[in-house]
Design a protein around this ligand. Sequence first.
Ligand code: KMT
Ligand code: NI
Length: 175
Amino acid sequence: MRAWYMDDIEGSFTAPHDSGVSVNADYLAKLGIQYTLNPDIEKVAIEQGYKNRDEVGISREALGDEEYKNKLNIFKVEHLHTDIEARLILDGSGYFDVRDRLNNNEKWIRIAVEKGDLIILPPGIFHRFTTDDNGYTRAMRLFTDEPKWQPYNRSNEVEKDPSHLDYLKSIGITA
Ligand code: KMT
Ligand code: NI
């Protein structure tokens, strides 16, 4: 895992867009994001109550150009979930972008993940996902008892969702 603030330079979304300003795991933790390298996933599942799991593969080769693009177009839209988003990268690599709400400009932080990385985003955080220029990510998605992982794309309405307001409170922001 490596993370950085994104630059504002136009160009391919799957390019790194590394501004040169990096972000460490301690800072991500302040935003409520947990990161572990090569976790004992069975242990984590028991400890954190992930009762269900599935696998998702996003690959240009396997899906073909058209469907690959369609899938990426869904994941790249800024959204939140009312439940946690826990992903163990099984193969390939990709980027989770998260909004830095501790920064007044809500800058995007790009988190580069690869095989062995477990990333857990808290409920209510605005984020998005993309593969990188390698074009391939396979991930295990872990769910709690009743999966509530539907994406809610950002809007004025969704900004008022209790999950988002609770999230802001949890990182010390009173809206
Ligand atoms: C999400 O909800 O943002 C995702 O599931 C991203 C794809 S998981 C590699
Ligand atoms: Ni998501």
